[in-house]
Design a protein around this ligand. Sequence first.
Ligand SMILES: C[S@@+](CC[C@H](N)C(=O)[O-])C[C@H]1O[C@@H](n2cnc3c(N)ncnc32)[C@H](O)[C@@H]1O
Length: 268
Amino acid sequence: MVWNNKLHIMSGQYTIDEKNHERQYLLAKNLQPLTQRALQHIKLPQNIKVLDVACGMGETTRLLAKHFNGADITGADIDGVLVQTAKTITAQSGDNINFITADATQLPFEDNTFDVVFSRYLLMHVPSPLTILLEMKRVCKPGGIVFAQEPDINSSGSHPHSWAYDKVKEYFNALFIDGLIGRKLPAYFKQAGLHNLQYHADIAFEVHTNDLRRMYTLTAEALEGALLAKKLSTKEEHTAWVNELRRVENDADAVHLTHPVIAVWGTK
Ligand SMILES: C[S@@+](CC[C@H](N)C(=O)[O-])C[C@H]1O[C@@H](n2cnc3c(N)ncnc32)[C@H](O)[C@@H]1O
């Protein structure tokens, strides 16, 4: 697989410069168990229609296809390059999924189309999460489920302690529109008029592997432009941060405890 693309998160507030797709792949791989554990609470009959909003490379969409076996699945993302990558990977995986390029604030679907409308790691990047939740609710059928899973970046740490993970928390909260959106999801869901709210809070703890720590190194690299543009870091400080993250990534004895990841879902 060729990892070579530039991803622009379309928030207007910051740009993640993806030097390669490995970061998105590792993000999805590290989040998959947390999403699976949240989805285990949701049991629906077969032959339902499911929409994955901001599907990226389709990692979540393929997970949904496995969880809702036999369902009619659509993935939508604003980035046409990612949608094309999602199509290519999915053609190899054999899953039967439709992908389209679409903006989550104006989904090109009729009212009341889907039984489940899912999103992960989208609302933290957008100026108006409520606008998107209302749009997700609009395309959801009455009695259907709207689902969002987002981080709450209130902590990030390793053992032995590294200052680089203190910076992860500081920089992420300075750059992302709302790094603490996880705890706010129930309030947004209530504002959107969704009912029967349920939730699953989870955390990733990495002991034997270094996928999670590698993801942080790659994310730090990808944030260089944004950090320098906002004068949150000098070039030298950024290089020192990435080098320290890489040192921890390659320390076989280091363990990493990430921040909470919170899923909330409710009924239309
Ligand atoms: C961090 S990625 C998450 C991808 C995927 N949901 C996952 O969890 O693996 C955020 C995604 O949101 C997409 N995105 C940002 N703003 C969007 C919008 N207004 N409409 C649709 N997609 C958007 C980006 O293109 C990117 O693919």
